[in-house]
Ligand binder design. Structure first.
Ligand code: ADP
Ligand code: MG
Length: 333
C-alpha cells in the first residue's frame, strides 16, 4: 500500500496504537502538541538524539525495515546506557520518500517497538514528513539516573584499568560481509552472527545500569565509532592517555572464523571497527574483583596513563602508536 492512501494521520494512528502500552509516568502521550511526562524529583533527566540517514548510516539494499527500526532504537538507547542511565521515553521523527510503502514503515515500527518493549521505554511522540529523496530517521531518548551514578567521559584517571563488555569488531565484519554478499554463497551460522550484530545490535542498558550502581567506573562511553576512536574520546575529555594490550581484546569465535574470508585480522576489526555498541569504561584496579561479581561479561584490555599518548603494547613489550581511525562524518567531505 502506498503511504499516500494511508495519509500522515493514518500513519500516526498506527504508531499511536503500537505505542499504546503506556506507563503511569506518561500523563499525555502521542496525540497532543507535546507529551507530558512524570519523572521522580530526585532524578537527573538524561537526553540524547541520533540521526540515521539513508546511504550514510544504512543501505537499504541489505537492510530490512524491521532491522532499521531495531537499530534506530538500539543506537539511541545505547547512549543512555553509556551514561549508566535508565531509558524511559522516546520520540521518532521520520522523513519518508514516497517510494516507501506502508508495510515497510510498519515493519520499521515493529522493529523499533521490539527494542523499546525489551527495555520498557515508551514512544511518546515524533514527527512525520515527506522526504524528496532519501529516508531520514531521527530519534530522541529521555532517560533518568541518580546524580551520583552518572558516568561521564571525563573521569578517567591514570592507573585505571580499561574494561569493555562483550566482544569487539563483530559489527564491522558483519557490514563487510553484507557489502560483499552479492558474490558470496549462502550465510553460515558464524556469518549470521556477525551480520546480526551489525543489523540488530543489543544496547547494553542492563549492563550499564549494573556498572553505574556498582559505582566502580570513573568514565564510560559506548563503542560506536570503533575502540580506538571511542577510547580517544575518553582520554581527551579526561586529559589522560592509554595503553591497550592487543592480545587481550575480546574477539568472538565468529570473528576469527571470518578472517580468511575477509582478509582482515580480528585485532584490526576490534581496534577500528565501529558500531558494536558495547560499553567501554575505566575503573581503578581495586574494583577488579567487585566488577567480576556483576554478571556482566567484561574484558580488561589496557590501562589509563598519565602521558597523553595512545599506545598499543604487546606481550613482548613492544609499543606502537594507536591511531584513532574510527568514523568521522566530515573527515572525507
Ligand atoms: P504537530 O502539528 O503539533 O507537530 P503532528 O500532527 O505532527 O502535530 O503530531 C501529532 C501527534 O503525533 C504528536 O503527539 C506527535 O508527537 C505524534 N507523532 C507524529 N509523528 C510521529 C512519529 N513518526 N512517531 C511518533 N509519534 C509521532
Ligand atoms: Mg508535527
Amino acid at each position: 500500500m502506498k503511504l499516500s492512501s494511508l495519509g500522515e494521520f493514518g500513519l500516526i494512528d498506527f504508531i499511536q496504537k503500537l505505542a499504546a502500552r503506556q506507563s503511569p509516568s506518561v500523563m499525555i502521550g502521542i496525540g497532543d502538541d507535546a507529551a507530558a511526562l512524570k519523572i521522580a524529583t530526585s532524578s537527573i533527566l538524561l537526553a540524547t538524539t541520533d540521526m540515521l540517514l539513508e546511504d550514510v548510516h544504512f543501505d537499504l539494499s541489505f537492510t530490512d525495515y524491521y532491522s532499521l527500526g531495531w537499530k534506530s532504537a538500539a543506537v539511541n538507547l545505547s547512549d543512555i546506557a553509556a551514561m549508566g542511565g535508565i531509558p524511559r521515553f522516546c520520540l521518532t521523527s521520520l522523513g519518508i520518500p514516497s517510494s516507501v510503502s506502508v508495510e515497510q514503515i510498519k515493519d520499521f515500527y515493529r522493529g523499533f517497538s521490539a527494542v523499546l518493549r525489551i527495555h520498557r521505554v515508551v514512544l511518546v511522540g515524533g514527527d512525520t514528513c515527506l522526504s524528496r529523496e532519501k529516508l531520514v530517521v531521527n530519534v530522541v531518548v529521555l532517560g533518568e539516573s541518580k546524580k551520583i551514578q552518572i558516568i561521564a567521559r571525563t573521569g578517567a584517571e591514570p592507573g585505571d584499568g580499561i574494561f569493555v563488555t562483550g566482544t569487539l569488531g563483530d559489527s564491522a565484519a558483519g557490514l563487510d560481509l553484507l557489502r560483499t554478499r552479492a558474490n558470496s554463497r549462502k550465510q553460515g551460522p558464524w556469518e549470521k552472527k556477525l551480520t546480526e550484530k551489525h543489523l540488530r545490535p543489543t544496547p547494553r542498558v542492563e549492563w550499564g545500569i549494573k556498572i553505574a550502581r556498582s559505582r566502580c567506573a570513573h568514565a564510560m562511553i559506548d563503542t560506536s565509532d570503533g575502540l580506538s576512536s571511542d577510547l580517544a574520546h575518553i582520554c581527551e575529555k579526561s586529559g589522560v592517555g592509554a595503553q591497550i594490550y592487543p592480545e587481550d581484546l575480546p574477539c568472538s569465535r565468529a570473528l576469527h572464523l571470518a578472517e580468511d574470508r575477509l582478509g582482515k585480522s580480528p585485532t584490526q576489526y576490534a581496534l577500528s571497527g565501529g558500531e558494536d555498541y558495547e560499553l567501554l569504561f575505566t575503573a581503578p584496579p581495586r574494583y577488579r574483583e567487585k566488577l567480576k561479581t556483576l554478571g556482566v561479561p567484561l574484558s580488561e584490555i589496557g590501562e589509563i596513563t598519565r602521558s597523553k599518548k595512545l599506545l598499543l603494547v604487546d606481550r613482548s613489550g613492544i609499543k606502537r602508536p594507536l591511531v584513532p581511525n574510527g568514523y568521522d562524518h566530515f573527515a572525507r567531505s
